[in-house]
Design a protein around this ligand. Structure first.
Ligand code: ZN
Ligand code: ZN
Length: 217
């Protein structure tokens, strides 16, 4: 276990001083936010992918992608990245930084048994992207259209044609809701912490229903 890099101030004093979006102090050895960060599990929608959760975490805390990429595990090269799959990502380490239930992190990853049926490139629904949402279901190759919006899932950037590998790497994490090559938008502004819009009930149901069909049907 790593020793603490410094002693934290008393919680009440830290809260009094905390601005709405606190400036982070990084513990260089762990490269995780050591003082605190802004995040709410209410911002997460059903079947949301790890990439999507990490983009929200980045946006809420103004963190660069290379810091967030290091949350994946100590042995992972953040530039090479890692496929967001169960067994490859250190969920417990991630959970130390992200106040997201382990169960949710578990569901945000691809399952090894599905690996052959998962796309190796990032697939997205433009309407979901506009709300800053990407689902693990969008990565399943037997799903051609978004379960909520019924629009074809896309892989190539409309401007440059780049298909981003579905890998939690600095490159993908540095480009939330955008093409990682040319930075063209994937369909809108994406998510910001100032205006977190909950997903519509009918869309939540559509994703959840499809998730159970795929995983337990
Ligand atoms: Zn959609
Ligand atoms: Zn592009």
């Amino acid at each position: 276990m790593q020793p603490a890099a410094f002693s934290s101030p008393p919680r009440s004093a830290a809260l009094l001083r905390a601005p709405r979006f606190p400036i982070l102090t990084l513990d260089e050895r762990k490269l995780t936010p050591a003082l605190g960060y802004v995040f709410s599990k209410k911002w997460i929608d059903p079947c949301e992918s790890l990439i999507s959760i990490l983009w929200k975490f980045e946006k809420a805390n103004a963190l660069p992608g290379h810091v967030v990429a290091r949350l994946m595990g100590p042995d992972i090269d953040p530039y090479e990245g890692v496929v967001p799959q169960l067994g490859l990502i250190d969920i417990r380490r991630l959970h130390e930084s992200l106040p997201v239930p382990i169960k949710t992190l578990h569901a945000s990853l691809l399952q090894p048994t599905q690996r052959r049926r998962c796309s190796g490139v990032f697939r997205h629904c433009r309407r979901c992207m506009a709300h800053g949402y990407h689902s693990v279901l969008h990565q399943l190759e037997n799903i051609y259209a978004c379960p909520a919006h019924h629009r074809s899932l896309e892989t190539a950037c409309r401007r440059c044609g780049y298909e981003a590998p579905y890998v939690a790497s600095v490159r993908l994490l540095e480009a939330p809701y955008r093409c990682a090559y040319c930075r063209a938008s994937y369909g809108g502004q994406g998510w910001t912490p100032n205006t977190p819009q909950p997903m519509k009930a009918e869309y939540r149901k559509a994703f959840t229903r499809r998730y159970f069909e795929c995983y337990f049907g």
